[in-house]
Write a protein that binds this ligand. Structure first.
Ligand code: SAH
Length: 346
């Protein structure tokens, strides 16, 4: 299998070009081309023989946009196809504060959350750092952007996969995409969502990444959380909350809790009270999510009015909370469903 050139940092590219007997400025040229979405044939300021040598050992762009679906709200869903045939999805969302791309970190997922479509077929494989970068590159190019003219300002690691179950590739992705030689996206403009792998939350804090941490809480008791998310059998709520407090202490970043509202499971008055206790004494915010219906899972969400009532109760208890804006309802296929329906169609 040829290697993925996008997996390399600028220093690693310098080593590669040196090994090919080329001056080190070639590394910068190649980096620019790669982040513009170019293939080797497009890299016209490189000597032809260098392009030939590179194309024998490496792939420039490890994915293509297989399909895309545009919503009337301005969001666009993408299905990417990787060189090995794996299909992954992503969503582009225009916000008033900037354009956000939701990226995937694994093909499939092994966390098995009870409401989530991404985990239905289990984990297929981890994505490499360059394969995650390639999602951003492809969508930026789709909107006519280049490495200097970025069309994406924010990233959320909330696509398929558990980012902290693919720690080394995901953190390398963070280093690559924030590099001034590439897209120079600020760590503060990136949110990483995790089901709560405690030791890697602590490691992320210790390693100094400083992204916004989103913690998939979804329940206020260990019992309910274990029913919804198998990972809760490994880490209790106490440990998870300690880890996010540690993250705040180390990075100074306010923590976001994701809380998918599931009728009859996590929406009682007592849940509000417990949420207040869990979020007391450190800067954090609760993002309420109206469950997207996944037919294989058959779990009931709630109405907009019920979500608003729950949100209001939290506000009355002085818990900072909002309902997450939902994008792309008219193009369907939320949270891993697009990929599943595409694969089923084939
Ligand atoms: N593995 C990461 C990223 C998952 S996707 C994590 O667990 O945080 C981002 C968010 O969407 C998570 O909070 C996840 O629990 C939530 N989610 C998954 N399926 C959903 C569904 N059907 N409806 C609403 N939210 C869902």
């Amino acid at each position: 299998m040829p290697e993925i050139l996008l997996d390399n940092s600028i220093d690693e590219l310098k080593e590669i070009v040196a090994g090919l007997g080329q001056p080190s400025f070639r590394a910068g040229q190649i980096m620019k081309w790669l982040y513009c979405g170019a293939e080797f044939d497009d890299m016209t300021n490189l000597p032809a023989d260098l392009r030939t040598v590179l194309s024998c050992g490496y792939v420039a762009q490890p994915l293509v946009i297989q399909e895309h679906y545009e919503s009337s709200d301005g969001s666009v869903k993408f299905l990417y196809r990787y060189s090995d045939g794996n299909i992954i999805e992503g969503v582009y969302m225009p916000h008033s504060y900037g354009n956000t791309l939701c990226v995937s970190t694994q093909a499939g997922c092994r966390m098995g959350c009870s409401f989530c479509a991404s985990g239905i077929g289990g984990l297929v494989r981890n994505l490499t750092a360059g394969e995650i970068v390639a999602q951003v590159v492809a969508v930026n190019k789709f909107f006519g952007g280049s490495v200097t003219d970025r069309k994406i300002s924010n990233l959320v690691l909330m696509g398929s996969g558990e980012p902290l179950d693919n720690y080394d590739n995901v953190t390398k992705f963070l280093r690559l995409i924030t590099d001034k030689n590439t897209f120079n996206i600020g760590m503060r403009s990136i949110s990483l969502s995790t089901c709560g792998i405690v030791e890697n939350i602590r490691k992320l804090a210790d390693d100094g990444y400083g992204v916004t941490l989103s913690l998939s809480l979804h329940a206020t008791t260990d019992e309910t959380r274990r029913e919804l998310m198998p990972i809760a059998n490994k880490y209790g709520l106490g440990e998870v909350i300690d880890a996010v407090k540690y993250y705040f202490e180390k990075t100074g970043r306010r923590v976001i809790f994701e809380y998918a509202l599931v009728k009859g499971r996590n929406m009682s008055f007592f849940d509000c009270k417990r949420l207040r206790e869990l979020t007391r004494g450190y800067p954090c915010h609760v993002n309420l999510i109206r469950l997207n219906y996944v037919k294989e899972k058959g779990m009931a969400g709630c109405t907009e009015a019920e979500a608003q009532r729950f949100c209001k109760k939290l506000e009355e208890m002085n818990v900072s909370a909002t309902i997450r804006r939902s994008f792309g309802n008219d193009i369907g296929g939320a949270c891993g469903q697009l990929r599943r329906s595409y694969i089923a169609k084939r």
